[in-house]
Design a protein around this ligand. Structure first.
Ligand SMILES: [Zn+2]
Length: 84
């Protein structure tokens, strides 16, 4: 077993020890980059792969659940309570 853990480094500079975390971050990071790069339409040619899409969507869903939980915990009243 190697003692040094290889780091996965995203193009944005973030470093990850776990490949899964890195893949999830990178997929979302790349999509955010593409989605916000309005000045250069060439980016449209670099559409993410289905796998990257799925990883990014998974992260977004997880974040959404976390946010909903957080909002409910804080008791912010303007959101309707879902039928749990
Ligand atoms: Zn990144």
């Amino acid at each position: 077993m190697l003692k040094t853990i290889p780091m996965h480094i995203c193009s944005c500079g973030k470093q990850y020890k776990r490949l899964k975390s890195f893949q999830e971050h990178r997929a979302l990071c790349e999509m955010i980059k593409l989605a916000t790069a309005t000045e250069n339409k060439d980016h449209l040619l670099d559409t993410p792969s289905t796998l990257d899409m799925w990883l990014a969507v998974k992260v977004l869903i997880q974040k959404n659940i976390q946010l909903e939980t957080e909002v409910k915990k804080r008791g912010i009243g303007y959101l309707h309570n879902g039928k749990n």
